[in-house]
Design a binder for this molecule. Sequence first.
Ligand code: DX5
Ligand code: ZN
Length: 217
Amino acid sequence: MKHLVSVSVLTADFCNLSSEIQMINKSLSDWIHLDVMDGVFVPNISFGFPVIEHVKKEAVRPLDVHLMIVDPDRYLGRFRNSGADILTVQYEACVHLQRTVSEIRNLGMKAGVALNPHSPVSLLKNILPYVDMVLIMTVNPGFGGQTFISESYNKIRELRRMIDENGYNVLIQVDGGVDTSNARSLVEAGVDVLVAGNAVFSSDNPTETIRRLKELE
Ligand code: DX5
Ligand code: ZN
């Protein structure tokens, strides 16, 4: 399968969010990545349901919603009603993860689980049969524009092996510090979905940067 690109709007211009979404709609981005932060699980607060609902009205691509919040079980239905197509929860925030991802699927969304940089992929062994995607965090979550953690390559390769050896239908996503300089090596290591925010919105030509992430140029 050709890899997918999911553009994160965290560093987009929120005063012109409609035009930023229109830009993504016309680009080669496959999904739109939305980072929800609660100021508790991560040391930052981003946005919630009203913004997601607004993006849903403008977007022609699936919404890939990444929850960096404690106790996500309280809000799964509300994220679905706001327009989430793929809903990813942090491994470290879920005490009963199998129940959480099953509920996400029961609500009609794809279920993802995200792993912080310090958490080994071996923790996922017993949850892989129940998820559609694993998000390997390649920075500590909370902020856009951070430096990619290179140890992530070992985690990606190990997870790729775990998925392939067992024949699971699970996508590998990476998030944080992804840009045109590392996109190709990440895909070669086994990544299916590249998330990119800062690399896109800090570039002179966001549409062209998205094209390069997709075409690996
Ligand atoms: C970080 C977020 C990322 C961020 C992308 O906590 O989860 O999705 O927006 O990171 P950059 O800006 O490095 O692409
Ligand atoms: Zn994210």
